[in-house]
Design a protein around this ligand. Sequence first.
Ligand code: NAI
Length: 264
Amino acid sequence: SAGTGKYADRFGGQLALVTGAGSGIGRATALAFAEAGARVVAVDRDAESAARTAELSRLAGAPEAWAEPVDVSDEQAMEKLAQRVATQYGVVDVLVNNAGIGLSGSFLDTAPEDWKKVLDVNLWGVIHGCRLFGRQMAERGQGGHIVNTASAAAYLPSKALPAYSTSKAAVLMLSECLRAELAGRGIGVTAICPGFVNTNITSTARFAGVDAEEEKRRQKKAARLYRLREYPPEKVADAILRAVVRNEAVVPVTPEARGGRLLS
Ligand code: NAI
C-alpha cells in the first residue's frame, strides 16, 4: 500500500517512467516509485515482464500503472511512446533511463555488430529518452528529473567489458552535459553508478561467444577477487529515489564503485 515506505507519498501525483522495468533494477525502481505514490509507466521490450511490473506497481500502491512494450533503441518506437505517454498519461515528472544489456568479450574479439548492439541500447536508448521526454519536461516548465543508469564500469576500465564500459562512460558524460543544460529550468539529471548487483543482466551477455552461466561465474569470481559486494536491486532503487529527492549529480551506489582500479 502507498505511503508506508521510506518516501511515503513523496511522489504522490507524479508520473514516473522507467525503462527496462521488466526486471532487476528497473522493476525494483518502478515498485519503489509506486510505493512512494507515483503513477508508473513500465517500459520494457519484453511485453510480459513489463505487464507484470505494472501489475506489481498497482499492488505496491501506484494509483495507476501502465505497461509499454517498447525497445528503447528504436527511435521511431520511442517517438511514438513519447507522444502516447504525453496524450494518455501526461508529462513525465521522473524519467529513469535504465534499460541496458551486458556484453562480455575482449576488445579484439568483439565484432562491430556486437559493439553496435550494446551502443544502440545502452547509449542510444538513453539519448532517445533524454531528448524526447526532456523536451516535454522543458516545454511544460514545471521541472522534473532524469536518472540515467550508468555503472561503476563507466570509470573502472575492464579487459572483459570494453563495449559495455564504453557505453556507460558515454552515459555518464551525457548525463553531466544535460544536467548543465537543464539546471536553469529546474530539471535535475542524475547518473547512477551501481557496482555489482544481482540481476538477470548476464543472461543478455550472449554475444561475443560468451555463455551466460559462464559469465555469471566469471563475474562472481571477479567480485570476490576485487572484494566487490553483491547488492540487491532494491538498494539501487533506493539510491535512485534519494538522488531525485536531493537532486544528486553522480551517485556511486556501492562503496567500491569509486574508480581507479582495473577490473578483471
Ligand atoms: P536486467 O537484465 O535484470 O534488466 C534489464 C531489463 O531491460 C530487462 O527487463 C530487459 O528486457 C530490458 N531491456 C533490455 N534491452 C532493452 C531495450 N532495448 N528496450 C527496452 N528494454 C530493454 O538487468 P539490470 O541489472 O537490472 O540492469 C539495469 C541497468 O543497470 C542496466 O542499464 C545495467 O547496465 C545497469 N547496471 C547493472 C549492474 C549489475 O551489476 N546488474 C551494475 C551497474 C549497472
